[in-house]
Design a protein around this ligand. Structure first.
Ligand SMILES: Cc1cc2nc3c(=O)[nH]c(=O)nc-3n(C[C@H](O)[C@H](O)[C@H](O)COP(=O)(O)OP(=O)(O)OC[C@H]3O[C@@H](n4cnc5c(N)ncnc54)[C@H](O)[C@@H]3O)c2cc1C
Length: 488
């Protein structure tokens, strides 16, 4: 008889957990509240324009490939992607443009030519980033921080001696100001804090680990779009025999004798030997675990930023735009003060435009483009969102018109909006935060929920709101860390 596992939620981590547990010999059933898999990693199609709804930047593709490999399949036959020659195209109001070439030598030349920033500073910064990665990734990304063994192994001991060089005692902004002479370079490298919804003026310089992922390892794009990560993993799970139940919102985790033994859906009990929760941890404790002991300190940690996205079908081709484009704010500090302190939206926000039709031409009609136009915004604290969104739309359009020397409004053929309230309602993410807790202090990593419950046996956690954090690669790693704790 196979042991049974129930997974709550089919976000990217829930899919990965189901694949890993199936490979361990469990009979796996996934219960998903929505009618589709993928959670935040979904897509929408409007009048011939296809949009990846959530994540747009893809790093560490080997985390996806590993799921095929452990299932005895050749990843390339099921999921294909390219490495981007240009990770991002940056624009400023004064007309400066920088291409972040995937080839770091070319990128260093570009910033030396256009900004007068010595190429050596770029190489040094990326060397430091790789150093942080080499010392911290094996510990913080690949292991549970909540197991004694993690802190006594060789890798951990090596890191203790390098503590001073890992950026723990400085902020990302301070480290970047020290590293670069040109404020535009500081701004460009400060932007990496947004990759996990944090504030570069507060988050520890340890997060300077992120440029290593994008420059040294690479930024990638799945040939069929980001949503193909969801589709290919969903298909893999189905082929392995995982059972999916959609429109099945879990109402309660059944706990008996301090053990998770099943879930309740529409009043019916479903039993299993273990339960894996992929639902946002904060909302899980508020709903399906509401009768259990609450880890109050962890639940009360400040949340990451959220996003306001306009999905625009644009009736024109802009050849100067790439897959990822950033139109920088003139005052980055003020923008982050608005997001994290004032809980509002700055009048000159940094605008991110993601256009998958640059690489996948069938994502938009001929001569048109699919613009995923996003700004970082505070998480939902019941602000007057309708008013904020209206003002932000006006400011975003003005910024695009200024920088691209265009009149964008008449070119918008279709429009759909995603904002903190809808992010929260569609995926049950606390406050509509994109990445669970923010990483704005040096203890943040330790104040994320573990991948298991210390109170309830056989209850496990994976996904962006628990260790090691949000974003696709970390979500996939959360499922890996979780499954490594489970005997097959
Ligand atoms: C706009 C946006 C942009 C982003 N950009 C990037 C990016 O560029 N790169 C990147 O790496 N990451 C990005 N992220 C973050 C990334 O999308 C998330 O970290 C990741 O997708 C979260 O996956 P997850 O497995 O934690 O679950 P989620 O995607 O949050 O899914 C959880 C699932 O659980 C289900 N569920 C909830 N409650 C219940 C219940 N009671 N019963 C049953 N099912 C339930 C939900 O319906 C949902 O399907 C972005 C996110 C957003 C929203």
């Amino acid at each position: 008889m196979h042991k049974k596992a129930i997974v709550i939620g089919s976000g990217i981590a829930g899919l990965a957990a189901s694949i890993r547990l199936k490979n361990k010999g469990f009979e796996v059933s996934v219960f998903e509240a929505n009618s589709y898999p993928g959670g935040k990693l979904s897509e929408m199609v409007i009048d011939g324009y296809r949009f990846d709804a959530g994540p747009s930047l893809f790093t560490l593709p080997d985390q996806v490939e590993e799921l095929f490999r452990i299932s005895g399949k050749d990843p390339k036959a099921h999921f294909d992607y390219i490495r981007l020659p240009v990770a991002c195209h940056y624009f400023w109001d004064d007309g400066t443009q920088i291409k972040a070439f995937g080839d770091t030598k070319k990128f260093a030349e570009e910033v030396e030519n256009k900004l007068g920033e010595p190429a050596a500073n770029v190489f040094e910064s990326l060397r430091k980033s790789a150093f942080i990665y080499d010392h911290l990734a094996p510990l913080f990304m690949h292991k549970s921080l909540h197991r004694f063994g993690t802190w006594t192994n060789k890798v951990a001991l090596k890191s203790y001696f390098k503590m001073g060089k890992l950026g723990i005692f400085s902020t990302m902004n301070k480290a970047n100001e020290k590293q670069f002479s040109n404020p535009k370079m500081v701004q460009l490298f400060n932007r990496y804090a947004t990759y996990n919804g944090s504030n570069p003026f507060e988050t520890p310089a340890t997060l300077n680990i992120i440029p290593h992922l994008e420059f040294n390892i690479g930024a990638f794009f799945p040939k069929k779009g980001m949503h193909d990560i969801t589709l290919s993993l969903y298909k893999l799970a189905m082929d392995l025999g995982v059972k999916f139940n959609f429109n099945s919102k879990v109402e309660e985790v059944i706990v008996r004798d301090r053990k998770a033994v099943g879930v309740i859906i529409s009043g019916n009990s479903h039993y299993a030997d273990m339960v894996v929760n992929n639902m946002d941890m904060v909302n899980a404790y508020k709903t399906i675990l509401k009768n259990e002991k609450q880890p109050t300190r962890i639940l009360n940690q400040p949340k990451s930023s959220s996003a306001l996205i306009f999905y625009w079908g644009i009736k024109k081709n802009f050849p100067e735009l790439d897959l990822h484009n950033i139109l920088f704010s003139e005052n980055y500090k003020e923008e982050f003060d608005h997001i994290f302190s004032k809980k509002s939206i700055y009048s000159d926000p940094t605008v991110y435009i993601n256009i998958t039709s640059v690489y996948k031409s069938d994502d938009a009609p001929d001569g048109c483009m699919n613009w995923f136009t996003m700004i970082n915004v505070p998480n939902n604290q019941v602000q007057d969102w309708d008013k904020l969104i209206q003002e932000a739309r006006k400011n975003i359009i003005q910024k695009i018109n200024r920088i691209l020397q265009t009149d964008i409004e008449p070119l918008i053929k279709v429009e759909e909006i995603l904002e903190p309230r809808t992010i929260e309602s569609r995926t049950s993410s606390a406050n509509g935060a994109l990445y669970g807790n923010s990483s704005n202090n040096k203890y943040a990593a330790f104040l994320r929920h573990a991948n298991f419950s210390s109170d309830i046996k056989n209850l496990y956690f994976c996904g962006g709101s628990v260790h090691p954090g949000g974003g696709i690669p970390l979500c996939l790693l959360s499922a890996k860390i979780m499954s490594e704790m489970i005997e097959g």
